[in-house]
Ligand binder design. Structure first.
Ligand code: 7TS
Length: 424
């Protein structure tokens, strides 16, 4: 599909040796991804050659940095297939984009209005709405998930009422890998007159996104989960809504005029970009987008499906593990989450770390989902296009050693991976 060895050479960190002699196997890509040299070099190049504040200076450097920064906006618009550059706002991360929405869009809500979010949300798509709930006396309802770890679309339809003003859901769960049908949700949301927000932090890096065709009103994601630097997030939104919403933060850049009495706001998208933005990281993000597009987002998606199938086939040999996520890899590409009731996920992750394998263990910033799954925490392996089947083999062997250590083979009867109600 693509030359994986050549790709791996582009990522300096993948050469790292851990604990003296172990090759790094990085399977924590849902938390953040590694960076290719082109992105790292772009950061150095920015500071060595064009560092200047944007949108204000008339000198050469200021002009160059402004052009470079605004070019990235154009690139993001094309990546998402959004209508206009004015619909693309740079923030610090997906979390800030969601907070921006809860503060601004949320301002128009009245007591008794309802917001729907799903049971599989990351805390960054839960807590901002709870903060709004406390401010506005609104209610938050959770769309349930099914026994097959998919969104319950029927339940969603029955939860929507005339009071539903906002539906905010993840495109792809960071725990289950479940990919939600945004078009279907958008039809339900819009027929009720609600605004649809999509948390695409886990989807934009891995699959083709078409903001217009998806039918949502806002989409958010972070650059660092797609080979870009940390400190850059994106909020893409429909222009008419962005225009109606009040500003988020006040300061330089977001104003047109300030007097002793008042201020007027700047045009989109700068209305929502108060203060000096993260110029260097935004500019380096362009290189990450170029890099990913040179491989091809569809190729990335297909490759991750293949890797996930391979890993799932192998991990099923451990029949004492509980696996979470849809059966069909196309609906959960790139993420494998598992647990065992006898051993804490942190212990498993700590042992396999000794073999150089980096996975995440914990609640994955999804405590309500953990409660729904009936666990405190899970282990999660998450892949990206620079991972290989050989690395999956190292991961499986490391797990084998951990499970031998804990004698988990004896725990087979404690877990069931069959749907609830099925006979074993
Ligand atoms: N939404 C989803 C679905 C996420 O997975 C994450 C981060 C966020 C929002 C927040 O992104 P941020 O860039 O603003 O922090 N998810 C994870 C994770 O699964 N492990 O570490 C971070």
């Amino acid at each position: 599909m693509f030359d994986i060895e050549k790709i791996r050479k582009d990522f300096p960190i993948l050469k790292r040796i851990i604990w003296g002699d172990k090759k790094l196997v990085y399977f924590d890509n849902a938390a953040t991804t590694q960076k290719p040299s082109v992105v790292i070099n772009a950061l150095v190049d920015y500071y060595e050659n064009i560092n200047a504040n944007i949108h204000r200076g008339v000198h050469k450097l200021a002009e160059e940095s402004t052009i470079a920064y605004e070019n990235v906006r154009l690139k993001v618009r094309k990546l998402l297939n959004a209508d206009s550059n004015t619909e693309i706002i740079f923030t610090r991360n997906a979390t800030e984009s969601l907070n921006l929405l809860s503060y601004t869009l949320g301002e128009s809500l009245n007591e008794g209005d309802e917001i729907l979010i799903s049971e599989m949300e990351h805390h960054s798509n839960i807590v901002p709405w709870f903060i709004l709930k406390n401010r506005k006396n609104i209610s938050i309802k959770f769309i349930p998930i099914t026994d097959k770890y998919e969104l319950d679309y029927e339940a969603l339809s029955s939860l929507v009422t005339k009071k539903t003003k906002i539906i905010s859901v993840t495109h792809k769960s960071n725990v289950l890998g479940t990919v939600n049908d945004i078009k279907k949700i958008s039809d339900i949301a819009h027929s009720a007159g609600a605004v649809l927000i999509v948390d695409a932090a886990q989807s934009v890096p891995h699959m083709r996104i078409n903001f217009n065709e998806m039918g949502c009103d806002f989409i958010v994601f972070s650059a660092h989960k797609m080979c870009g630097p940390t400190g850059v997030g994106v909020l893409a939104g429909k222009k008419d809504l962005l225009e109606k919403m009040p500003p988020f933060m006040g300061g330089g850049e977001m104003i047109r005029k300030v007097t002793f009495d008042d201020f007027t706001v700047n045009d989109l998208p700068w209305k929502y970009e108060a203060g000096t933005p993260n110029i260097a990281d935004v500019i380096a993000f362009e290189k990450a987008i170029d890099y990913i597009q040179s491989i091809g987002i569809q190729n990335i998606y297909d490759y991750e499906c293949e890797l996930t199938s391979y890993a799932l086939d192998s991990i099923k040999q451990f029949d004492f593990l509980k696996l979470y996520g849809p059966e069909n890899v196309k609906n959960r590409a790139g993420i494998i989450t598992f647990s065992n009731p006898v051993v804490h996920p942190h212990d498993i992750a700590t042992i396999i770390d000794q073999y150089g394998v980096a996975i995440r263990a914990g609640h994955h910033c999804a405590q309500p989902l953990m409660k729904k799954l009936g666990v405190q925490a899970t282990c999660r392996a998450s892949f990206y296009f620079y991972n290989t089947k050989q690395e999956v083999d190292i991961f499986i062997n490391a797990l084998k050693s951990a499970f031998d250590y804990f004698a988990l083979g004896a725990c087979k009867d404690l877990v069931s991976n069959e749907p609830k109600g099925a006979k074993r």
